[in-house]
Write a protein that binds this ligand. Structure first.
Ligand code: TRP
Length: 329
């Protein structure tokens, strides 16, 4: 291997990805894949921590997600793409780390408390859900990843991983590496209705969405309700259409002025956005189609990634067992 630093990141397989995933994470993955040795993992065990009662969609969701990664430009020649569940050491390390992780650290975790309160449709009072951040720490530490690209929502989990490393190394010697957050520029993408873009809200625009669907969806975007006539002054800062211009239109500053001055109406503004987005999506639709027709290639990519992952994971696990004095002498 070369001397590039190692990165690990993962996503739970929730099926097709939307533009929020793109601007929130994938865009960075594509940038960093040139500068780091990247391991991009399908976190299928993590999917079970909340969706254990209905696993019927997981396999299909994995394929859909990997197709989207490839469509958007994650390059399997440069990075290792693999399924967490196929590299058994994730579970081994999870067990090991669960021995040394104090319960208080987990109960205190903000995402844990929040989700228990927010998610009413599933029973999350299970051991695996509480241990979610320990499994995530195992994912990262198994590869001795120096850096993890994370959104703000995952920062607390990364901090927990760092604490676990310190505790482990303190007990058993310097084996694990403290991962640093790779805070790269991301944009928060609103959904069509201005809430956070989320598949479960039905307010998403997907990656490689067809031009027809984009046109339909842009039409339904939430605009400034105080603006009745096209010549009224607009308030771009609270407008979903403008939020998307910021992402897709190089001249968004100019658009802002036009909107505020009431020299452009919402209908025209939406039409121009549709055109810009269609330009972006058109080649992606074609590419996605080609990739999805080649399921064998996808499986091969996952196998190759798995091999690379297994090499590193088995080496780290060996070192860990030696340090902990467990297993063969
Ligand atoms: N917890 C992450 C999420 O919900 C997914 C994930 C699992 C992950 N393991 C990881 C992210 C390791 C970064 C590193 O989005």
């Amino acid at each position: 291997m070369n001397d590039k630093k190692r990165v690990l990141s993962g996503m739970r397989p929730t099926g097709r990805l939307h533009i929020g995933h793109y601007f929130g994470a994938l865009q960075n993955w594509i940038k960093i894949q040139n500068d780091y040795n990247c391991f991009f993992m399908v976190a299928d065990w993590h999917a079970l921590t909340s969706d254990y009662a209905d696993t019927s969609k997981i396999k299909e969701n994995i394929v859909d997600m990997v197709i989207d990664w490839l469509t958007i430009g994650v390059d399997p020649e440069k990075v290792a793409i693999f399924r967490q569940s196929e590299v058994a050491q994730h579970c081994e390390l999870f067990l090991m780390l669960s021995m040394i992780t104090p319960l208080g650290w987990l109960f205190r975790c903000p995402t844990y408390k929040e989700q228990l309160k927010e998610v009413k449709s599933k029973d999350l009072n299970n051991y695996g859900f509480l241990g979610y951040p320990v499994l995530m720490a195992s994912d990262i530490l198994l590869y001795k990843a120096q850096a993890v690209p994370v959104g703000e929502d995952q920062l607390a989990h990364l901090e927990l991983s760092r604490e676990i490393v310190r505790r482990f190394n303190n007990f058993y010697g310097e084996v694990l590496v403290e991962p640093q957050p790779l805070l790269t520029k991301t944009a928060r993408v609103p959904g069509l209705d201005k809430r956070k873009m989320s598949k479960s809200y039905g307010n998403s625009i997907f990656i490689a969405e067809t031009t027809e669907d984009i046109a339909k969806k842009v039409k339904t975007m939430y605009t400034d309700p105080a603006r009745i006539k096209a010549t009224d002054a607009g308030h771009p800062d609270g407008c979903v259409v403008f939020a998307f211009h910021k992402l897709f239109n190089k001249n968004f500053e100019e658009r802002k002025c036009q909107c505020e001055a009431g020299t452009i109406g919402c209908v025209k503004c939406k039409k121009e956005l549709t055109e810009l987005m269609c330009e972006w999506t058109k080649p992606l639709v074609q590419k996605r189609k080609e990739i999805s027709e080649n399921k064998q290639m996808i499986e091969k990519i996952l196998q190759q990634g798995q091999q690379k992952a297994q090499e590193v994971a088995s080496q780290t696990m060996k070192e860990i067992k030696q340090a902990v004095k467990i297993g063969k002498v």
